[in-house]
Write a protein that binds this ligand. Structure first.
Ligand code: PEP
Ligand code: MN
Length: 360
């Protein structure tokens, strides 16, 4: 990103611009928060179902440009989903744009948008697509960079998956972590509002994002959240945002101060990981031998009773060792799937690309 990113870089503002008064009240309060670098404004709202409030469009842009004139130090951004949105955002002097989750999911739209942005210097923030496929996210960022934009960042807004576990969109932190590994130069903000879908977890999610080395946050803020026309459950007042930001503990991203202590512990972690991998390999070797026995007896690869007994026993051991049962269950589910795949491969070498063994 060519633009200055001072951690935490905070973008805050209403989910949707609803009236001149609402926007003005939000802006007046947000400009007293030193951490807020930019005001977000929903101008065109992508609604999952028709019939809801879908944004004020150009009227909202008009108010944003007026407020910008009155407060030249303020920066504004809005979501764009369509080349015409880009043209209007440029015409009204908007400082940056973001691309919504449902747009990122569609490479045709992303390509159209990037063509509309070609030759401009507009910073673009790319939200992840709703599905946890890091390649869609990377691909969208590549398309924007591909038309010569230099200020391209990412926003993690959570994922629509089968087990959301209390979130509107599951955080699946491993996905933005993978994005950081693939594109270390791209700044990443966390949007805790759309991950949580409610107010209570915002502080905890924001802290996790900072602990993971995210560059900042995008938070939905409304002067009167209960009356919001969109996302009323998750928006917070500017005062709550102030408390949230003041409560954030900002970790150092540079580890130099503790390098010696870290090195010793990391060496031990490396040893434990090596041992774990050797044990996984030994376990799979046993699975292959089991496959031979099953083949001789023409027995089914998947034995539900054995799987149930094994899982119960492992969860009991996990409890005794103070390990999280969810974590241990997930690991053993993965180990079991791999064991089934390896046994299938052993029994039917010609069918190793069967849908079962490919996709589970
Ligand atoms: C938004 O930021 O207002 C929005 C619609 O979010 P998302 O694209 O993440 O659903
Ligand atoms: Mn919203």
């Amino acid at each position: 990103m060519g633009m200055e990113i001072k951690r935490p870089y905070v973008i805050a503002g209403p989910c949707s611009v609803e009236s001149r008064r609402q926007l003005e009240a939000a802006v007046e309060a947000l400009k007293t928060l030193p951490q807020v670098a930019m005001v977000r404004c929903g101008v065109w709202k992508p609604r999952t179902r028709p019939g809801g409030f879908d944004g004020l469009g150009e009227t909202a842009l008009q108010w944003m440009s007026e407020l910008k004139r009155e407060n030249p130090e303020l920066r504004f951004c809005c979501e764009v989903a369509w080349p015409e949105h880009v043209e209007l955002a440029l015409a009204y002097g908007i400082d940056a744009v973001w691309v919504g989750a449902r747009t990122t999911a569609n490479p045709f739209m992303v390509q159209e948008l990037s063509e509309a942005l070609r030759g401009t210097a507009l910073p673009v923030w790319v939200k992840n697509a709703p599905s946890p496929d890091v390649r869609l996210w990377i691909g969208a960022i590549e398309r924007f960079k591909g038309v010569g934009l230099t200020d391209v960042g990412a926003i993690h807004r959570g994922f629509d998956v089968f087990k959301n576990e209390g979130f509107r969109n599951a955080p699946l932190w491993e996905v933005p972590i993978e994005l950081r590994r693939a594109m270390p130069e791209v700044p990443i903000l966390c949007d805790p509002s759309h991950i949580a879908g409610r107010r209570e977890p915002l502080q905890m999610l924001s802290q996790t994002a900072m602990d993971l080395g995210f560059d900042g946050l995008m938070v939905e803020v409304h002067p009167c959240p209960q009356e919001a026309l969109t996302d009323a459950q998750q928006q917070i007042t500017p005062e709550t945002l102030r408390q949230l930001l003041d409560g954030l503990v900002m970790p150092h991203t540079d580890t130099a101060v503790a390098d010696d202590q870290l090195r010793l512990l990391r060496e031990q972690i490396d040893t434990v990981d090596r041992q774990m991998l050797q044990l996984y390999a030994a376990r799979l070797d046993l699975s292959r031998q089991i496959a031979q026995v099953k083949a001789q007896g023409n027995l089914a690869v998947f034995q539900p009773k054995r799987w149930d007994a094994l899982l119960r026993q492992r969860l009991e051991s996990a409890r005794q060792l103070g390990l999280s049962p969810d974590f241990v269950k997930e690991i053993f589910e993965k180990i079991h799937v791999e064991s089934v795949r390896v046994q299938e491969q052993e029994l039917h070498p010609a069918k190793t690309n069967s849908p079962l063994t490919e996709n589970i």
